[in-house]
Design a protein around this ligand. Structure first.
Ligand SMILES: [Zn+2]
Length: 446
């Protein structure tokens, strides 16, 4: 950046200068970032200000954005990985998940969320989109008490939270929710919005916001989807749903409605602006093209889809048709690493197509579009001003230790691909959320 860009005239609360700063296309030297009292970036560039926080031997990037998580599933890590009766599948995994839903009490739930969010932050994640459907204390209660634990756990850790509050009304198309799954239930869209209003009053405004969710076509009817989406748009909220992760979901939807889930969604909604469909593993190409034309976005969760044996989405088609509308999530949290999510997004495509650089930008870079999916496009998908080091965005930052052994041999030009293809949380020295810093590994920062 040759010139400073600025959105504020007041003196900054803090000026940061790292050895290298990611400015959107490349790492640059001599870049200062001014942060205001609210925790937003007020200016970026060669500002000529005294830097209160100098970071030699460090590179600054936008904090990573995890666009799709179910934090409680962190408790399943290392479980369900033995197969005494032969191979498992998504549905055998789901039985273990339902069992977990049945036994989580509020205290355990709270601790689990705080631990998962802490692990995310230590992995460089500064924003999490928590797709939250486990609402009630017991199958009998309809208290939404666990929602408040998600907010509180995120605040304990200081991570930015977009609470993607999920509407979940049926346990399969036309089927009631039974047993422990009654802890998920929402009565109708009207009561859903009453709970959203209650939650809106409890948010920590610098770090928390809401998004609307219909869990899936298994959990909400097309009519309910349309009603939820309409009100979400009226309120300026993003709208997320799971879509076409599993062939059985598609078969059930065709049997019930005569159409696949994506076709049904396209028919139900007037537009797909603000919509993020999670997975789209088995989406038909023509329907994907219509969805992207209508403004839709896609979130892929490569490690979870790999762990569950879901399949591989048609990524080149999504990337060609809708550059910048692809995000990434850690989903089941069997592993929490956005750096791994980035490279596995590309690697499964390489394995399937026996090509390299399946995803690349106009300049030929394979790493830049992966970083973009894990930062600015994730932030857009979640409706937050983050994911970029730019004036007006929240000061949500990732500090990389350039002395990490896994980065040995880096230079200014290969640093990004070295990070994306060769490292994980060991390079994360610190993170900053809305101007509040936290060290993770190395002492002596600042
Ligand atoms: Zn999910």
């Amino acid at each position: 950046l040759s010139n400073a860009s600025s959105s504020a005239s007041a003196a900054p609360a803090e000026v940061v200068e790292a050895e290298l700063t990611w400015t959107g296309e490349r790492f640059e030297r001599g870049v200062q970032i001014a942060i205001d009292d609210d925790g937003r970036i007020s200016a970026v560039g060669e500002l000529g200000l005294p830097a209160g926080r100098r970071l030699p031997g460090r590179a600054l990037l936008p904090g990573l954005v995890n666009a799709h998580s179910h934090a409680f599933q962190r408790a399943m890590r290392g479980r369900g990985e033995t197969f005494p009766e032969g191979s498992g599948c998504f549905w055998s995994w789901r039985e273990g998940m339902v069992e977990l839903v049945g036994r989580l009490d509020p205290a355990h739930f709270h601790d689990l969320y705080a631990a998962a969010f802490r692990e995310m932050r230590a992995a460089g994640i500064t924003t999490v989109g928590e797709f939250h459907y486990l609402h009630h204390t017991t199958p009998e209660a309809e208290d939404f008490a666990l929602d408040e634990h998600v907010l509180a756990a995120a605040e304990e850790v200081g991570i930015r939270l977009v609470l993607l509050e999920a509407y979940y009304a049926s346990g399969g198309i036309g089927q009631p929710l039974t047993g422990p799954l009654r802890r998920l239930r929402g009565a109708d869209p009207a009561s859903y919005w009453r709970q959203m209003d209650r939650l809106a009053r409890q948010l920590a405004s610098r770090r928390q916001s809401l998004g609307a969710v219909a869990h899936s076509i298994r959990a909400a009817t097309p009519g309910e989807m349309a009603e939820l989406y309409g009100e979400a748009r009226r309120r300026g909220l993003v709208f997320h749903l799971h879509l076409e992760e599993q062939q059985r979901e598609i078969d059930d939807t065709v049997a019930a409605y005569g159409q696949r889930p994506m076709a049904l969604l396209l028919e139900a909604l007037p537009s797909c602006e603000g919509v993020t469909a999670v997975h789209c593993t088995h989406t038909a190409p023509a329907e994907m093209a219509r969805y992207l034309d209508a403004g839709g976005r896609v979130c892929i969760c490569p490690l979870t889809e790999g762990n569950l044996g879901d399949g591989i989405a048609d990524l080149p088609a999504i990337h060609r048709a809708a550059r910048g509308r692809l995000s990434l999530g850690t989903d089941s949290n069997a592993r929490i690493s956005m750096l791994e999510e980035m490279r596995w997004l590309e690697y499964v495509q390489r394995l399937e197509r026996r090509q390299r650089g399946v995803l690349h930008d106009a300049g030929g870079s394979g790493a830049r579009p992966l970083l973009r999916a894990a930062t600015e496009d994730g932030a857009t998908t979640l409706g937050v001003a983050a994911g970029r080091i730019a004036a007006g965005c929240w000061a949500d930052l990732l500090v990389v230790d350039l002395a990490a052994t896994t980065l040995a041999g880096w230079d200014d030009d290969n640093l990004l691909p070295a990070l994306v293809f060769g490292t994980a949380e060991e390079v994360v020295a610190a993170t900053c959320v809305a101007g509040a810093w936290q060290e993770h590994r190395s002492p002596g920062l600042g």
